[in-house]
Design a binder for this molecule. Structure first.
Ligand code: 2P0
Length: 340
């Protein structure tokens, strides 16, 4: 008994950030993200019956021991929900469209692709008795919290919140009420730093457990979710800019005020932020920034501002990027199953 399945799944960028956990892979506050399009992972899961679980991971067709612990841990946890998985050998072939060392988090796209493959396997052997994408999001969350949101396209919410009806800590849900201006939002990722970041997100989340501002942060994040919902419905781009920039700076403020503290921004991160804010004031547009857990800047803007954004990149921002590199992306439709 053997088979294979293949999924392509995108990365995502959070607008309200997930930063802090209560218990195992349960977020301390709700979060909301744009699913991307061009930045994605493709994963093929080849499975065969075995005495016990055995996992090999191949990145770009080369055996990669570095990924094995995280993937093994994923299957250990998921096997508690689906014990049948303990009787399989897995060969996982994965590749990313974005450069491996670009500093773009691959855990969201990677873990969601793996979770989707796992759900396809469970479905094919008659062991999946829950809605497919909801359960894929639940399994992706177990692998990496932000991955739960990559299972759906467009705007995606994860974490319990009174203003989001179908919200859950266990799985994400698509947010479908947004104004059309957000349907094709642009994200240019300005690569300030290529390579591994100094502190992992998992460690960063853990530091919130003893953070002096954590309770206030979780409260503000829930309030920002409520505000963002209205902003998205109304298409209020000025308020959108204000909220997402505040969320990005708060995330990095939390890092800087953790114990031990850490700084993931680099001098050019700040230089880019200031250029974006100055350009926006002088050029009647809605070009805004957000940050992930790293030094790179995500420049978010509506379709109508594409020409202005390109001018800003060409004249000011590309020079501040590592080797002049940036990635043009936009809101995407979500994962896609591929032929093996
Ligand atoms: C987010 N980040 O909402 C936030 C904002 C980074 C900055 O979720 O420990 O890789 O695997 O659940 O999901 C990154 O943390 O952490 C993250 P784990 P994850 O996208």
């Amino acid at each position: 008994m053997k088979g294979s399945v293949k999924w392509q799944s995108p990365s995502n960028i959070a607008l309200v950030k997930y930063w802090g956990k209560k218990g195992f892979q349960i977020p301390s506050n709700a979060s909301l993200s744009f699913t991307l399009s061009n930045c994605h992972t493709t994963t093929e899961l080849r499975w065969s019956k075995n005495e016990n679980t055995d996992v090999s991971v191949y990145l770009d067709n080369v055996l990669n021991e570095g990924f094995k612990p995280k993937v093994t841990k994923f299957f250990d946890h998921v096997s508690e929900l689906y014990p049948v998985l303990k009787t399989f050998k897995f060969d996982i072939y994965t590749s990313n469209t974005f450069p491996h060392s670009s500093g773009i988090a691959s855990s969201a796209s990677g873990m969601s692709a793996l979770a989707l493959c796992t759900c396809s396997l469970l479905e094919s052997i008659g062991k999946l008795d829950k809605p497919f994408f909801e359960e894929a999001s639940n399994l992706a969350r177990i692998g990496s919290g932000s991955a739960s949101r990559s299972v759906f396209g467009g705007l995606v919410e994860w974490g319990e919140h009174p203003k989001f009806d179908s919200s859950s800590d266990k799985h994400a849900s698509p947010f479908t009420e947004a104004h059309p201006v957000f349907h094709n939002y642009q994200d240019t990722i300005l690569l300030v730093h290529e390579g591994q970041k100094s502190v992992s997100s998992t460690v960063g989340h853990g530091l919130l457990d003893s953070h002096p501002f954590s309770e206030q942060r979780f409260k503000v994040a829930q309030e920002n979710m409520a505000k963002l919902k209205d902003i998205l419905i109304q298409g209020d781009l000025a308020s959108f800019t204000e909220l997402i920039e505040s969320e990005a700076l708060m995330l990095h403020g939390l890092m800087m005020t953790s114990n031990p503290s850490f700084i993931l921004m680099l001098p050019n991160t700040l230089a880019i932020i200031q250029k974006i804010q100055t350009f926006r004031k002088q050029n009647d547009c809605h070009i805004a920034f957000t940050l992930d857990a790293g030094a790179n800047v995500h420049m978010l803007y509506p379709e109508k501002d594409i020409d202005k954004a390109q001018k800003l990149i060409d004249t000011e921002l590309a020079a501040l990027c590592a080797n002049g590199k940036y990635i043009c992306d936009n809101v995407g439709k979500g994962p896609e199953q591929l032929e093996c």
